[in-house]
Each structure stands twice: as structure tokens, then as C-alpha cells.
Design a protein around this ligand. Structure first.
Ligand code: C6P
Length: 419
């Protein structure tokens, strides 16, 4: 698929689920890709291929199937491995810096435990933001408490962007790590990682980027700006669930102790001590999700073939269309910044309507959205609402999805006697 050839209807044909109908033959409108994205046929087929043609454990068997699995993961012959595909996706310099995890949550927990437990001292500070997903908040809460270090938060401006004016006061020589999301899963806010990284480096702090929401929507380059860790989940990038990635700078990963211990992550084991395998095995204890990791490679190839420019343009146009159309719904407030500072995520409240009622009523019209606190309780406290409704878009969404959302909201308001 060439970049100029982006055709959303053709794209939808790549996703078997979009040929499904609801009971009674009703169509559905999937607006929950920020929670998990649908899977193209190439990803599904790749996973089936593994199970049907050469399934075996990874990094264990020298026999033909075992060797094929290892080749799919790490390359060999003229086959490019998944790790190399991910390296390219992230603009990293070495595939050995790509660690397979179960997802963003595991990746961040790995850093908090393996780096934090070893390197955080009682006078140190970790700086995160008020818009973080619990996956980039609770691990830091726990590890800073355990190490006697301090957790500080970058506040938000009135329109849901980071208050960068507060950075000078918060980011000091005591800051060891800044852990920040590139794209908020609620506000859609796209954070200026370049500005944050520059200021962090001036103070000698490391930077961890939560790429769970950004990696599926924009090109990623971990070397520009030069961050230290990046986490993302395969299932939000049209890949399988159960597989994710932690990328880390080699010298940091080498200095860290393992997080989980067991098979594959060791070099030598004696009765009284063990030594660690080189990267990436050191952080991949036990059996990785084999077929899922291999199929993640198919997902990376899929977005690669479509191209980020085409994906971005399509999603931005859809976002603009949704932004305009939602203004037609009386009493609706979209949380977060204006279009120029956000990705394709729209969380909103409607005066007098409970988010769960809205989600239920939208479901009656086949419109699938998420409601709740979206694993961001401190952010919702800041917004002054316990929950919101969220519509999120991916490369396969259309204006029809937006129209269905708006019609569904009019229907919901009527049902709730708001209209
Ligand atoms: N957000 C959402 O509906 P996992 O669950 O490990 O794949 O991803 C965790 C995670 C971390 N950071 C951000 C910014 C996220 O959005 C998520 C997952 C989903 O918003 C599920 S709560």
C-alpha cells in the first residue's frame, strides 16, 4: 500500500471484524481503539501460521520448529526478525535494546523495579504528570515510597496541557527520572517530549516515555529527542494482546538488575548465586508470548506499509470532523486541549447525563465507546468529574462512525429526557 493510496474502505477490508453485524443485522461503530485496536487479517493469519506450521518454545530447541521460531523473533537467513522490525519502528540503534514484555504496564513496572530499586536514593525525586495512566503512576508511587524517594507531579493548565512553566521549579538536580505519557489516553493531549527531555537532560535526569497511545498514531524516534526508556503495547498497535515492548538505552539496561528471574534470563546458575544473560534475555525470564510476539511483527509491517503520513492525515481529518460535529450536541463538553495539541481521542461529559448511561444507550445504537475513569483517577479528580465517555479513533474509522456517535448522543439525550 503506497502512502498516497490511503483508502479507508480498503483498509477496513483488511479487518475481518468489520464484516460482522450485530444481532438483527445492525452495523456497529467501533470507537474504542485507545482501549484496544482491532486486528488486520495479516496479524490474525500470522498467529495462526505459528500454531499451524512451526509452533515450539522460543530460544530452547535446535530442532527445525524451534529454530524457525527463533528466526521469526530475532531474524536469520534472509528473514527479518520482529525485534528488528520494532527497532526500526522506534528508530532505536540496536535490536538488543528491544525487550519483549506483556505490555506497557509490565514495561513500566520493569523499569520501576529493575532501575528504581537499584538506583533511587532517599533524597531523589521522580517526576510524573497529573495526566498519567495508573500504569505510569502507581509503580512510581510504590517504588518511591519503598526507596524513601519523593514522587512529584507536573500540573496541568486549564485546557489539559502540561504546565511547562512549573517545570523549572519541579525539575531539579534531585530529579532522577521524568516519566511522562506522549499522548494522554483521556485528554488526547500530545506532550512536548522534546522540551521535557531537553530540560531533564540539563538536570541529569532520565526520561521514560509511555508510548501506549502515541505509538499507534505517529512515527516514534527514541533517539530524537534522546529519551532513555519507551513502553508500548502490541494490542493497541493492531497486534495481539499479551505482548508489549520496553525499549531502553543499552548502558541503562546493562546497569540494571533483572526484574523477574527464572529460565532464559541467566548465564550461569550455581547453588549460591547466578549470573545474568546478555540483553535482551536478561529481562525476558520464562517463556515469552511466542505466537503473539511473532504476530506483532506483522502488525508493525502493516502500519509501515500504510505509512505514518497517511495514517496521521486520515486521523486528524476525522478528529476535526468529530470535533465540529460534537458541538451540535447540547450540554456536551470535550475535555482537554484544542485540535492542534491532541491526538484522535475525545473524552467528554454531557450535563445531566451519567457516563455509564450514555455508554449503554450508545451501545443500543451499535456505537462502542468506553466510559469510566480510564485508569486515570487523579486526572478525573482534577477535571472535577468521576468519569467521562471516551471516543477514540484509529486508521480504520470513518465519518460514518462519527455520525453514528452524534446521532447516538441525540438519542441518548432524548432517552434521558434531556432533550
Ligand atoms: N489504556 C485505555 O482504555 P496495557 O494495559 O499495559 O496494555 O496499557 C496500559 C496503559 C498505559 N499507558 C497508557 C497511556 C494507556 O492508555 C494504557 C492503557 C487503556 O485507556 C486501558 S486502561
Amino acid at each position: 500500500m503506497a502512502e498516497q493510496g490511503f483508502n479507508v474502505l480498503k483498509i477496513r477490508e483488511d479487518f475481518p471484524i468489520f464484516s460482522q453485524r450485530l444481532s438483527g443485522g445492525k452495523p456497529f461503530f467501533y470507537l474504542d481503539s485507545a482501549a484496544s485496536a482491532q486486528k488486520p487479517r495479516c496479524v490474525i493469519e500470522k498467529e495462526i501460521e505459528v500454531y499451524e506450521q512451526y509452533y515450539a518454545n522460543a530460544y530452547r530447541g535446535v530442532y527445525e520448529f524451534g529454530a524457525r521460531v527463533d528466526e521469526e523473533l530475532d531474524g536469520g537467513g534472509d528473514r527479518e526478525g520482529v525485534r528488528e522490525k520494532v527497532r526500526r519502528l522506534l528508530g532505536a540503534s540496536s535490536a538488543e535494546e528491544v525487550i519483549f514484555t506483556s505490555g506497557t504496564t509490565m514495561s513500566i513496572n520493569l523499569v520501576a523495579n529493575a532501575w528504581g530499586r537499584k538506583f533511587l536514593q532517599p533524597s531523589d525525586e521522580v517526576l510524573i504528570t497529573l495526566m498519567e495512566h495508573h500504569a505510569n503512576l502507581v509503580p512510581w508511587q510504590r517504588i518511591t515510597a519503598e526507596r524513601g524517594a519523593k514522587l512529584r507531579y507536573i500540573p496541568l493548565s486549564g485546557d489539559g496541557r502540561l504546565d511547562l512553566a512549573a517545570l523549572d521549579e519541579l525539575l531539579t538536580s534531585r530529579t532522577r527520572l521524568v516519566a511522562v505519557t506522549r499522548m494522554s489516553n483521556v485528554l488526547g493531549t500530545v506532550n512536548p517530549i522534546d522540551v521535557i527531555t531537553k530540560r531533564a537532560k540539563e538536570q541529569g535526569a532520565l526520561v521514560l516515555v509511555d508510548g501506549a497511545q502515541s505509538v499507534p498514531h505517529e512515527p516514534t524516534n527514541v533517539l530524537d529527542p534522546p529519551i532513555d526508556f519507551l513502553a508500548f503495547s502490541g494490542h493497541k498497535l493492531f497486534g495481539p494482546s499479551g505482548i508489549g515492548v520496553l525499549w531502553g538505552r543499552r548502558e541503562l539496561l546493562e546497569a540494571m538488575d533483572p526484574f523477574l528471574c527464572g529460565g532464559h534470563m541467566i548465564s550461569e546458575v550455581y547453588l549460591d548465586h547466578s549470573t545474568w544473560a546478555p540483553l535482551p534475555a536478561k529481562f525476558e525470564a520464562g517463556t515469552i508470548p511466542i505466537a503473539q510476539a511473532i504476530a506483532l511483527g506483522a502488525a508493525v509491517d502493516y502500519v509501515d506499509a500504510i505509512g505514518w503520513t497517511a495514517i496521521h492525515e486520515h486521523e486528524q481529518q476525522l478528529l476535526e470532523y468529530a470535533w465540529d460535529r460534537l458541538t451540535e450536541v447540547p450540554g456536551l463538553t470535550v475535555h482537554g486541549p484544542g485540535l492542534e495539541h491532541r491526538g484522535p481521542i475525545l473524552s467528554f461529559s454531557i450535563e445531566g447525563a451519567h457516563p455509564e448511561d450514555l455508554a449503554q444507550l450508545l451501545n443500543l445504537k451499535g456505537v462502542f465507546v468506553r466510559h469510566g475513569h480510564h485508569c486515570t483517577m487523579p486526572l478525573h479528580d482534577h477535571l472535577g468529574v468521576p468519569a467521562t465517555v471516551r471516543a477514540s479513533f484509529a486508521l480504520y474509522n470513518t465519518r460514518e462512525d462519527v455520525d453514528a456517535l452524534v446521532e447516538g448522543l441525540h438519542f441518548a439525550r432524548k432517552k434521558l429526557r434531556l432533550a
